[in-house]
Design a protein. Sequence first.
Length: 476
Amino acid sequence: MKTLSLPTRAILALGFFCALACGGLAQQQTSLTDQYRDAAGRLIGAALVDKPGWEKLTYLTTVIGHRLSGSPQLERAVAWAADAMRADGLDNVRLQLVKVPHWVRGREYVSVVAPMERPLPMLGLGGSIATPPEGITAPVVVVSNFDELEALGQEKISGKIVLYDVPWTGYGPTVRYRSIGAARAAKLGAVGMLLRSVTDRSLYTPHTGAMDTRSADATVPAAAITVEDSAWIHRMADAGREVRVKLYMEAKMLPDADSANVIGEITGREKPEEVVVMGGHFDSWDVGQGAQDDGASCIAAWQALTILKQLGLKPRRTLRVVLWTNEENGLRGGQAYRESLGADISSHIAAIEMDGGAEKPVGFGLGLAGVDPNSKDPRYEAAMEKLKQIGRLLEGIEAGEITRGGGGADIGPLMRDGVPGLGQRTIGERYFDWHHTNADTLDKIDPQNFRKAVAMLAVMGYVLADMPERLVEAAK
Ligand SMILES: [Zn+2]
C-alpha cells in the first residue's frame, strides 16, 4: 500500500471538511433541478412543438364527442385509446374492466306557463328521475339556501317546484345544492327541483352534473336552468309575481354497463414494480365534447408518455398513464384501479391527476393522507422540497409552482391509502364557465396551453419515476 503524500492528505482532509461544512452547497449541486436539467429541456422542447397530442385531442372531441358512462361514445373512445397507445409503442397497454352506472337523459324541457309562456334552456341533473309522462306543472318557490327552504317548511313547499337560486361562492359550497337539493326539497313535499347552474359567470348556458342519489330516501325530478333565468324568477317572486313552470324529463337509470380504465406505461428500467401513475377521467357529461373536462388531461398525460418513449427516456421506475372511467357519476374507475392493487399499493410512489381543465397551467399541489399541509410535518416538508426542485425545471414555461394541498377525485382512493397525490393546477380563470355544458368544446382550449400541460406532466412524471429516492419515504 502506498503511503499518501502530504499534499494528498491535505486535499482529502479539506475534502472531508468541505463535505461537512459545505453540505448545503454539495446538496445544491446535486439537486433534482441540476440532475434533470438536460432531460427536462428535451422533454419541454419536444412537448411544446408536439403535433400528435393535439391531433388526438381533436379526434377525441370532434369525431367521438362527449362520453357519458354507458354511452357507445365512451366505449368507442376506450377502444380507440388502447389501439392508439399501442401504436405509440407504450408498454403493457390494457383495459381494466369496470361496471359503470348507466343514466340516460332522454328528452327534457322546462317552460314557463304563467304569467307568460316561454321555454327555458335547461339540463336535467345526472341521476335524476323522470317526470310523469304528462310532465309536472306547478308554481315555483324560490330559496337562496337550505335555511330558507327549512324556514318555509312543508306548508309552503308541498306541491311546488323548488328553485335553488344559490349565488356562486366557489364550486365546493355551491355544488352541495346540486348534490342533495332534490332530496331536501322532496322531504318537504316538493314535486320538482330547479337549480341555478353552478357557475359564477353565465352566457345563458345551463350546467349539468351529478346528484348524490346514494343516501336519498326521497327525490324529485331535478334540472339546472341558467343563472339569468334563475335570477329572473327570483326577481319575479320578490315582486310578488308567481311563476308557474312545466317540467318534463324522461331521464332514467339503466342496469350497470361495461366500461374500462385504459392503462399504458413505460416499464421502469431498474424498479419496474414501483409505479408513478398519472392521468385524468375519460368519461364526460353527455353535453359538449368533454374537452376541458377532462379529455385534454387524458390526452396530455398519455402524450407525455409518448414523448418520453420517442426521446428514449426510460425512467428507473414504471411511469403509467390511466384514463379513468366514470369519474362524473360514480367514480367507479378510480375505485376499481385502487382495488386492483390490493396490498401492492405501497409500490405506488405518487399519483398525479389533472382534472381542472387545460387553461394556462401553473403547477402542482401536494396532498398526503392524514397530513395537514400547513403542519410542518417533516415527511411532507421533505416531499415539498423535492417537488420544488422539480418545479424549477418548469420555470421556463411558468408551470412549476408547487403549492400545499392537492389531489383529485380519481386518485382519491389511492391517496386515502397513503399514496402521495399531486393535483395539476391551472390559472383556473374560466373553467367553470364551460364546466358540464354544451360549451365544453375543443375551441375553448389554447393548443399551446395544452402543450404546456403535456410538458409539465412529462417532466414531473419522469423525474418522480426516475429520481433515486422515493418522493415520500414509506412510513415506519
Ligand atoms: Zn372532471
